[in-house]
Write a protein that binds this ligand. Structure first.
Ligand code: DGY
Length: 375
């Protein structure tokens, strides 16, 4: 919150006057003079200039709800067409909302397939997704309509890596079962063999996809005494990889991974990467973590391995078809499950929203967008 109570309108604003999803005392101030970056200052100046000339604000379709700072910027700079419901627009409703709009601000819950692009309003000049993943958008169909697609790389790495470590530790130390004991009152006097888990120190952590998130996980896991191995489209420089061991072939990575953490994008090539064949290569009793995309895992195969103990435990933040997930994950005790909260910190979600809006602003004002997806 802003401390500049004399000059900052945000400082005196009551959070209780806002809807619940926009309230948070921990949010940083949006309007303190020294918090704004150059892009935002430019947008503010441009907005005031346009208002003076009586120009209307561009129309932005907003399919979800964001942190207060992001919502304030949307209100200030756009005529927002908002989704009034707490669930995604249907395809038809999104197409209707896009009629005559300048831009769409979407999330991975909005699936934009080729049929969508065949019918999208010709007024739409950019689509910005609030995510680093873009498997929910048919990029070729977007390119055929000459609509640029922007995403939010680079700003969610730290938060997502934190959640990967939470899953790794939660799965290996049987945190779900431990929570259950405490919460159901089933905890009995200490027995030396109660809830024995698997130590992480000294073990090999295999990282599939050593991009920004993979690197941030490696940094954290080293602090827990883990040895890092990785597989990636190309080998990283020693400066970046440090002592991490590179495996050109992902099968070799699997053979050595006592813990495996997935950080690859979902593509036709990586879809269902973790299937029974891949699992058979892991050391017996390996532990699997996924904060990337649910589609990387073939659920039936992982569930069978969790039931047999071939995979000792899994920590999962993402699921194919989420928010629905395979029901057997929930009934298994050796799973530690989260509802896709990898990037869910106020700081990260605000940075993602701001970056998405930077892209929209840039394209609508004839400037190069900072983070366009390259098809
Ligand atoms: C991302 O940025 O892709 C995260 O998974 C949030 O959707």
């Amino acid at each position: 919150m802003c401390n500049d109570s004399d000059s900052c309108p945000e400082a005196s604003e009551s959070d209780t006057s806002r809807e619940e999803w926009r309230c948070c005392a921990a949010l940083p101030c949006v309007c303190s003079r020294n918090h704004r970056n150059a892009t935002e200052q430019f947008s503010i100046a441009l907005g005031s200039w346009k208002e003076m000339l009586g120009m209307t604000k561009p129309i932005l379709v907003v399919t979800s709800r964001y942190t207060r700072e992001v919502e304030d910027r949307i209100d200030r700079d756009y005529n927002a067409r908002r989704n009034p419901k707490p669930f995604p627009f249907s395809r038809q409703n999104l197409l209707s909302a896009a009629e005559g709009a300048d831009a769409l601000f979407i999330t991975p819950a909005d699936r934009l397939d080729s049929g969508f692009f065949q019918n999208i309003s010709p007024t739409v000049k950019i689509i910005a997704t609030y995510s680093v993943g873009f498997e929910h958008i048919d990029l070729e169909a977007a390119a055929r309509r000459k609509i640029p697609v922007a995403y939010t790389p680079g700003v969610n790495s730290e938060a997502t890596a934190d959640i990967a470590m939470l899953l790794l530790l939660g799965a290996s130390r049987r945190a779900y079962e431990a929570q259950e004991l405490v919460r159901t009152g089933a905890w009995r006097p200490l027995s030396p063999d109660m809830l024995l888990g698997w130590q992480v120190g000294g073990k090999v952590l295999g990282i599939l996809g050593m991009g920004r998130v993979g690197q941030a996980v490696a940094l954290r896991a080293r602090g827990f005494g883990m040895k890092i191995h990785y597989s990636n489209a190309s080998e990283l420089s020693t400066e970046i990889a440090g002592d991490a061991v590179y495996h050109e072939d992902a099968s070799d990575l699997l053979r050595t991974s006592q813990f495996l953490s997935l950080h690859a994008p979902e593509t036709p090539q990586t879809r269902h990467f973790l299937n029974s064949k891949a699992i058979s290569l892991l050391p017996p009793g390996a532990i699997v973590v996924n904060t990337a995309r649910g589609g990387l895992v073939l659920d039936e195969d992982l569930i069978a391995a969790l039931k047999s103990g071939r995979v000792a435990a899994a920590g999962l933040d993402v699921f194919e078809g989420e928010p629905k997930l395979h029901p057997e994950y929930v009934s298994l005790k050796n799973t530690f499950l989260l509802p896709h909260i990898g990037s869910a910190t106020i700081e990260t979600r605000t940075a993602m929203g701001m970056l998405a809006l930077d892209n929209v602003d840039a394209v609508l004002n004839g400037r190069p967008a900072p983070t366009l997806v390259q098809p």
